[in-house]
Design a protein around this ligand. Structure first.
Ligand code: ARG
Ligand code: ZN
Length: 884
């Protein structure tokens, strides 16, 4: 078995480290040509090891200049330097090991370790980037107190930052500036950070519940100083919220955030020195969409929350990644729910889970929330570890209830403060604090795949009983042919003619039947089981999986009438939305069949009537109406079609026909809402304005998609917009529904107006990558040569190439295979530049099993990649697993 995946690392092979590093002193000399790093590691052999094992330090892509023990340089035969390790056979039980190494951050295009972005130096160490900075025990269970000294030219790098508190700052005789930072909290190397640059900052303060005054700073390039206010507000709200909801206070006097333009991910929670992708921290109405504002708020919160769930209590090994990520995503989702609309937030998250995570869980890279093995850990920062991991924590919250969950969280932080622990430790704390047994629940961490929950029902009018029969199953995933039943909390209610019915299960006392017992959580933990409700006066419509109480696929044979009832009358906002989605899926697939058999598309009046009702009901939250009127994406529909069955063109045509029918038949109400929802006054990213813009722009899309005459509305909106949300929505409508004469001028106008703002230009790239016309592949290729594009900048790659491959299914899956070729060529080139981004970009090709008539073409491109020389482990892992 193991031979099939060379280089794989297994959870089962975990061993505690042989050596500890109590203190870490680092000295950086940042020069023009090279950077010299000198370390002093205060090493101690672990008392748990027998004998005298060799010291094996991780290190990559650097030149070792000198190594010494207790100030004595080692002779060349005393150590061995390999591709990614430094091995010293003979090390005293306790000593100071010092290494001097040379690195060239300006040539580091992987954006891992120390690298250059524009004129600044910065670091990204999670997961294993620290080993590109110096030789070290680069694993999260080795925690050390860091003292960091940085020396650099003060003209080029007036700002020199690292973790913790500023300890000293001087100008040296040679004119260099030297600063020293000290972080009192022991931490693993992945939380180390260093920043050097000509940066400016905004500053604010936050007083903790315990009375500590914390200085908050956001460092940016001078031109971006005016774009920090939203992130700063979000940070202060996060700090307060974590005190109030989780009882977590900040623990240092300073908290710094730095914005960097070249960044592989969204942001990084380095202790007291968070580093952010500019796209996740800077906000301005002209460069940030409404969604962007909300994303900044949630990512600022996410990274801040990591100070406890991640930093104070960290992971023992990378298999435990979801310990910090799943929990922290759950925390940031709760925060966002409290800051805005809980239902809308839930709908957005479930939508993402169903498109990104369900697909991953059904594909060749499927893995459990706690993976058992990996080749390259960077490939495991996935929707499964993050989003499904958060769903698993949410289910614990549901099973325990909010109070006991909070006690579990308190116990977890108290018990493990300062430690590197496992998902198992988290579960034990939850169990010990609540008394709830989570033995079977643990399977959610160990089993991959999305469980299916099949529900059937019977109503007995004479006996007045209503029976729900549940059965669960989970499809096989790589390495896991058989699955055990999991614990599925199914929140539910029963909808009758006059509203939600009171619920009483067989065997429960009659006096338990009170007015407010219309909602409950059924626990499904067997392969199949039945629940009988008594005294049910009429055949109800079941409202199932309220709030999406478990990450499963629900299979219940809803009639369209039942869906319409749930949509308009159920108590649960999530179920109302989900019913609208299911209704739309049913209608689109009906139209797909009509078109396949040569009939004209005829869209069910029931859907049109339901949409009309949503548009006309002024009491509803416009944000919710917009979500409910948004048709399921083509990618989601392809995924629902199943393996070998997705016909991209047919899905596109059917979805488009439904979209046009809505736009045509409901033109009156759509136009009325479009006019009435116009926001007057200054732009603000407030819930109210965001809701209005989201519904208004959705109306615009329906109108222009159905009738070219309405393109004039879009053109007018584009010209008049005072914010990116409205400007971009109009531009997309023109690009998607108009002809060249409609979009040519606005597209070039957008670029000439905003070319100085990289973040706005990225939206311009994506807009063009997503256009449905046949010229898009040539356009994407041209844009890849445009001065606004740069293969070394991940945001640009994601915007253009990722936007095309991920969000333009019609053209990506073109029958001639040109879309696949474009992606393969980009991945091949990126493989040598930034393997992490290359591997991520590949995801759409890994879904080859789904697409009817395309599998061979897609596989052929994967095989070309597999045959490449110098394939990075990142791309190697995705390619080989996808081809198995
Ligand atoms: N811990 C960071 C976050 O969740 C993500 C860092 C991922 N880095 C990586 N190289 N995969 O906010
Ligand atoms: Zn995180």
């Amino acid at each position: 078995m193991r031979d099939a995946t060379p280089g794989a690392i297994y959870l089962a092979d975990y061993r505690a480290p042989d050596f500890l590093i109590n203190r870490t002193e680092l000295h950086f000399h940042l020069g023009e040509e090279e950077t010299i790093v000198t370390s002093r590691l205060h090493l101690l052999r672990s008392c748990e090891v027998d004998g005298t094992p060799p010291l094996v330090l991780n290190g990559q892509d650097m030149e070792l200049l000198q190594v010494s023990i207790d100030n004595e340089p080692l002779a060349p035969e005393a150590f061995e330097v390999n591709d990614d390790t430094l091995v010293i056979a003979d090390v005293p039980e306790q000593c100071v090991l010092s290494c001097r190494t040379r690195i060239r951050p300006q040539d580091n295009t992987s954006l891992e370790g120390l690298y250059r972005s524009h004129s600044m130096y910065c670091t990204q160490c999670e997961a294993e980037g620290f080993r590109k900075i110096t030789y070290y025990l680069d694993r999260p269970d080795v925690m050390s107190v860091f003292t960091v000294t940085i020396e650099a030219d003060p003209d080029q790098f007036p700002v020199l930052l690292s973790n913790g508190n500023l300890f000293a700052s001087t100008t040296l005789d040679n004119g260099l500036q030297q600063v020293t930072w000290h972080d009192p909290f022991p931490k693993p190397s992945y939380l180390f950070a260093l920043v050097a640059g000509d940066l400016e900052h905004v500053e604010d303060t936050f007083t903790t519940a315990g009375g500590r005054e914390v200085t908050l700073r956001i460092y940016v390039e001078p031109k971006d100083l005016g774009k920090c206010a939203h992130a700063m507000d979000s940070l202060k709200r996060s700090m307060r919220w974590d005190e109030e909801v989780f009882g977590r206070e900040y623990d240092l006097d300073i908290f710094n955030v730095v914005a960097v333009d070249d960044f592989n991910m969204g942001a990084m929670e380095n202790k007291s020195l968070n580093i952010f992708n500019t796209s996740c921290v800077l906000c301005d109405p002209d460069i940030t969409t409404d969604q962007g504002y909300q994303r900044v708020e949630s990512i600022v919160a996410h990274e801040y929350f990591h100070n406890w769930s991640g930093n104070r209590v960290t992971c023992r090994d990378w298999f435990q990644l979801s310990l910090k990520e799943g929990f922290t995503v759950f925390r940031d989702a709760e925060f966002s729910a409290d800051m805005g609309s809980r239902t809308v937030k839930r709908v957005e998250d479930v939508s993402l889970l169903r498109t990104a995570q369900f697909t991953e869980d059904a594909g060749p890279m499927a893995h459990p929330v706690r993976p058992d093995s990996y080749i390259e850990i960077n490939n495991f920062y996935t929707a499964t570890v993050y989003e499904k991991g958060a769903e698993v924590v949410r289910m614990i919250h549901t099973l325990l209830g909010p109070e006991r969950f909070r006690s579990g969280s308190d116990l977890y932080f108290q018990r493990h403060d300062g430690q590197a622990v496992t998902c198992e430790d988290f579960l034990c704390a939850m169990e010990d604090a609540s008394g709830v047994d989570l033995t079977q629940f643990r399977r959610w961490y160990a089993q991959a795949g999305t469980p299916q929950l099949r529900v059937r029902d019977r109503y007995d009018a004479d006996a007045r009983t209503y029976t729900l029969e549940f059965s669960q199953s989970c499809p096989p995933t790589p390495g896991q042919p058989q699955k055990q039943p999991v614990v599925i909390p199914c929140a539910m209610g029963l909808l009758g003619d006059a509203g939600n019915l009171p619920l009483r299960l067989r065997g429960e006392p009659v006096d338990a039947e009170t007015a407010d017992n219309t909602h409950r959580v059924l626990i499904i933990d067997q392969p199949s089981q039945e629940f009988v409700f008594e005294n049910v006066a009429e055949r109800p419509v079941p409202s199932l999986l309220r709030g999406f109480s478990a990450p499963v696929r629900l299979d219940y044979p809803y009639s369209r009438e039942a869906l319409c009832q749930l949509m308009s009358r159920d108590d649960d906002g999530f179920v109302r939305w989900d019913s609208a989605q299911t209704l739309a899926v049913q209608v689109i697939s009906e139209v797909q069949e009509q078109l396949a058999t040569g009939q004209a598309a005829s869209v069910d009046d029931m859907l049109l009537a339901a949409c009309a009702q949503l548009l006309e009901d002024a009491t509803l939250d416009p944000a919710m109406v917009a979500e409910m009127l948004t048709l399921p994406s083509e990618n989601y529909l392809a995924e629902l079609a199943g393996e070998g069955a997705a016909d991209v063109e047919a899905i596109h045509a059917a979805r488009r026909a439904v979209q046009q029918a809505i736009g045509r038949e409901l033109a009156g109400p759509l136009l009325a809402r479009y006019r009435e929802l116009e926001v007057t006054g200054d732009y603000a990213p407030s819930g109210e304005q965001i809701a209005a813009r989201s519904l208004r722009n959705l109306c615009l899309g329906y109108l222009a998609g159905a009738d070219a005459q309405h393109l004039a509305l879009a053109a007018g909106q584009f010209a008049a917009a005072d914010n990116l949300t409205d400007r971009l929505a109009a531009l997309r409508v023109l690009a998607c529904h108009g002809s060249e004469a409609d979009w040519q001028q606005p597209l070039s106008r957008f670029y000439s107006d905003w070319q100085h703002e990289a973040l706005a230009v990225n939206h311009w790239l994506t807009t063009q990558a997503m256009m449905p016309d046949a010229g898009v592949i040539a356009r994407v290729r041209e844009l890849m040569q445009h001065p606004a594009f740069d293969l070394r900048n991940p945001n640009k790659v994601r915007s253009l190439v990722g936007g095309f491959a991920g969000h333009n299914p019609l053209n990506f899956h073109r029958a001639d295979g040109e879309g696949y070729r474009l992606l393969r060529e980009a991945v091949a080139e990126l493989n040598g530049i930034n393997p992490q981004i290359a591997a991520r970009l590949l995801a759409p090709l890994t879904r080859w099993r789904y697409y009817r008539g395309r599998a061979d073409l897609m596989r052929a491109e994967l095989e070309k990649l597999a045959g490449m020389e110098d394939l990075s482990p990142d791309v190697y892992e995705v390619v080989t697993k996808s081809l198995q």
